[in-house]
Design a protein around this ligand. Sequence first.
Ligand code: NI
Length: 392
Amino acid sequence: MNILPALEILRLELTRIRQDLHAYPELAFGEQRTSDLVARELSSYGVEVHRGLAGTGVVGTLRAGSGNRAIGLRADMDALPIQEANTFEHHSRHDGKMHACGHDGHTTMLLGAARHLAETRNFDGTVHFIFQPAEEHGGGGCVMIEQGLFEKFPMDEVYGLHNWPGLDLGHFALIPGPMMASTDHFDIVVRGHGAHAAMPHLGIDPVVAGAAIVQALQTLVSRSIEPVDAAVVSVTQFHAGDAYNVIAGEAVLRGTVRTFKAETRDAMEAGMRRVCENTAAAYGASADFSYERGYPPLINWPAQTETAAGVLADMVGEERVHRQFPPTMGGEDFAYMLQAKPGCYVFMGNGQGAGMHGCMLHNPGYDFNDAALPVGASYWVRLVEHCLNKAG
Ligand code: NI
C-alpha cells in the first residue's frame, strides 16, 4: 500500500482527534463542539474557514497556483442516538449519543488531508473541504445546498467517502451508477368500523384489511418492478386496538421504501397508493395513504468513478479496489450533492473485526478503525493532486 509517509507520521495526532470526537458525539444540527474543533483545526493549518451553512456546517477553502478548477471533498460530522456499549477509554461521554457510523473518522481524515494539502500545496486550483451536519437525520447536506453551498463555493466535482465494516483495511469499493438507495417512508391509516369482537359482522375490521394490505404490498416488488431492478418495501409498524375483545376502528401501518431509480420510486409510490386504497375498499374499509420522500438514490457519475478508481488503484493496488461491489439499500444524503455536481462516493474498508471493529454501522459496539485514518486521508490528498494536477 502506498500511503503517504507524512500522513503515517500524523497518525497519532489524527487518532487523538478522532478519539476526542468519538468521546463527545453530537446529533444532527447540534454539532457545535465538533464544528468548533473543525474550524479551529482548519484555521491552524492556514485553511480559510467559512461557518454557518446549515447552522453547524463548515467549509474550508484552500487555493494553490492559479488554476481555476475546483473540487469539493465532503465529510459528515453527526452521531446517532444510540447508547454506546464500548468501554474503551474514548467511549462516549454523552449519554444516549454515539459515533456509531464512523463520522468521527470521516471528519478526522478530511482534517488530515486539509493539513497535508495546506503544507504541501502540490496542486493547482481550489479545494473546498465540506464538513456537513446531520447526515443521519435531517439531510444536512441538502440544507447546505439549499443555503448556497455550490454558489458560494463553486466547484466542478464533489467526492465523498464512507467507512465500510467487513471490507478489509486498505480496500475500497466503488461502482458507477446507483450505489445506495432512496430512503422514503409511508403512513397508512386503515379506517374500518369498531365492533364487539364476538360480533364481527357488525363492524369493518381494519386489522384484516391492514393484513391484506401488508401482503399485497409485497407483490409490488415481485410483480410490478422489473426483476433485474431492485426495490424494498418493509412494513415496520402495525398498530391497532388495545383490548382482547374489541375490533378496532382503525389501524396504522408505517414503513420504508428503498429504490435505486427515479422511475422505480415513482412506480412504488403510485403502486402502493393503488394497492392500499383498493385493498381497503375490497374489505369495506378505506385507507389514507401518505408517502414522504427522504434521501434520493446515491448515483455515482461514471467518469468521476473511473477517476477515483484510478487514484485508488495507484494507491492500494488494483486488487484492493472492488469495482463489482454490490450496491446497498441503505441511504446517504451525499446523494443530493451528486444530483447537483459530478462526483463519486466510495466505501473504504474499516477492517474485519479486531476488537469490535467488525461490527456493522449503527451498532452499539461499533468503532472507527484508527488504522484507516492515514489511508482515507491519503486518498483525499492523492485525489486532489490528481484532479487538480499541476501539469494538467
Ligand atoms: Ni454514516
